[in-house]
Design a protein around this ligand. Structure first.
Ligand SMILES: [Fe+2]
Length: 185
């Protein structure tokens, strides 16, 4: 994948400020969901790089202009690829790849354990069909060989957990020092 120019930290924060109130069919807003996923990653003692990946996993969701009800309209924005593409050149692969693969991780987990699907949010179940349903055996084997495979699955678990209607989380600003540590220039 070609790298784009590094995203400035002010730009990232402004995307959350301007577009983080969108819901995309979930109980929580984009900003709340990002903060909750990152909070859970922190609670479980994950490295800062994975915490940051959790915070930014739906960055692409906030930046497509297809509206908030796209899954209901049968549209897959491929937001995971868009987010990874927009952040390419700004962060290392250990952050980009779990973001890029967070839909693939859902498809893998549904292949691995069919009961996983039942635990997903309604919105995630709906988008799942548009995203291709469970992986095939071949796709799953290939995914397991991904050098960031474990981090990809862990991000997905925290993403799924981050759907709590009311939850106190650290504010977005508290992540600025971590973003600065990983931001590549
Ligand atoms: Fe997502």
């Amino acid at each position: 994948m070609t790298s784009s120019a590094p995203v400035r930290i002010e730009k990232m924060i402004s995307v959350f400020a301007e577009r983080g109130s969108r819901h995309y069919g979930e109980n929580v807003s984009e900003l709340e969901q990002a903060l909750q996923a990152a909070e859970f990653a922190r609670m479980y003692g994950e490295p800062e790089s994975l915490v940051l990946a959790c915070l930014l996993h739906d960055y692409g969701h906030m930046l497509h202009d297809l509206g908030e009800e796209i899954a209901q309209q049968g549209v897959d924005a491929r937001h995971e690829e868009l987010g990874a593409r927009l952040l390419a050149g700004s962060f290392p692969e250990k952050i980009l790849e779990p973001i890029r693969q967070h839909v693939a991780s859902k498809r893998y987990l549904c292949w691995k354990d069919p009961s996983y699907l039942a635990g997903l949010s309604e919105s995630s179940k709906l988008s799942f069909q548009l995203q291709g349903g469970p992986m095939t055996n071949e796709e799953a084997s290939e995914f397991e060989a991904n050098p960031h495979f474990e981090s990809c699955l862990r991000l997905r678990r925290y993403d799924d957990m981050g759907q709590v209607p009311v939850m106190t989380t650290a504010p977005l600003e508290s992540y600025v020092p971590i973003i600065e540590r990983y931001l590549q220039s």
